[in-house]
Design a protein around this ligand. Structure first.
Ligand code: MN
Length: 247
């Protein structure tokens, strides 16, 4: 890997790790205008406007989070893919489940960026200004059975999200038999690395909430349920039981 490429990857990674607000303006500006290399990975569309989740998540957070933070993972993956065609082969869940077999030169970086890409792709899908406001049908029954009901799910999920030290995620995983569990992960790690499926999750990196909530992660976690898309999460539950859920 040449020095210039290493530096670009370092800067893109630093933006994600440190959060935009803490960085010198020059670094921020560089990350804000990525060269968008062609490659097998592409940034997904949100399907709603940046301001659609206000007042719970503000427009600037949504724009920076989706375009720059998620965008940096796409840039990194396309750069890695230039020299490592394995990244263009196989599904993202399979690559993550077998990440320790990735080429050593890119192993940790690719794991982090694949995890970041998978986590954020899921995250944009499962939020909406509309849709069902509470679990329904089979999913509601599974939440009652495995997680003690919707109110207990929210309390336990918020508790697990609050206990993540530093940066990470809180997820509800779903097994092929439909069984649900709450799992927290550090950094951009994902239950996909353990061969599990993700029903939904919330991002508790500071970049997900700091502009509006500053250090009040608990308030962000509590308000986030207002934008959870239970129609989509119900579709994901059905897909998981059919063995068709990807990221
Ligand atoms: Mn994020």
């Amino acid at each position: 890997m040449n020095t210039q490429l290493s530096r670009r990857l370092f800067l893109a990674g630093a933006t994600v790790a440190a959060g935009a607000s803490a960085l010198p303006r020059t670094v921020f500006a560089q990350a804000a205008a990525p060269a968008a290399p062609a490659g097998p990975f592409a940034l997904p569309q949100l399907g709603y406007a940046f301001n659609a989740l206000e007042p719970h998540i503000d427009a600037m957070t949504m724009e920076i989070h989706s375009q720059r933070h998620h965008g940096a993972f796409i840039t990194n993956l396309n750069n890695f893919a230039k020299d490592h065609g394995v990244l263009a082969k196989g599904s993202i869940p399979k690559l993550l489940a077998e990440w320790q077999q990735l080429p050593e030169a890119i192993r940790v970086g690719a794991k982090n960026s694949l995890g970041g890409h998978a986590n954020h792709t899921m995250f944009w899908q499962i939020m909406t200004p509309g849709g069902a406001k509470a679990p329904e049908g089979d999913l509601k029954a599974a939440i009652d059975r495995d997680l003690g009901g919707f109110d207990k799910l929210k309390a336990d999920f918020n508790g697990a999200g609050g206990r993540v030290f530093g940066s990470g995620w809180v997820f509800v995983t779903v097994a092929k038999d439909g069984k649900l569990a709450i799992v927290a992960k550090p950094n951009q790690d994902t239950p996909l690395m353990d061969g599990q499926m993700v029903l939904f999750g919330n991002d508790v990196w500071e970049h997900a909430y700091y502009l509006k909530y500053q250090n009040r992660r608990a308030d962000y976690l509590a308000n986030w349920w207002n934008v959870a898309n239970w129609s989509k999460i119900g579709e994901r539950y059905a897909a998981a039981k059919a063995g068709k859920l990807e990221v």
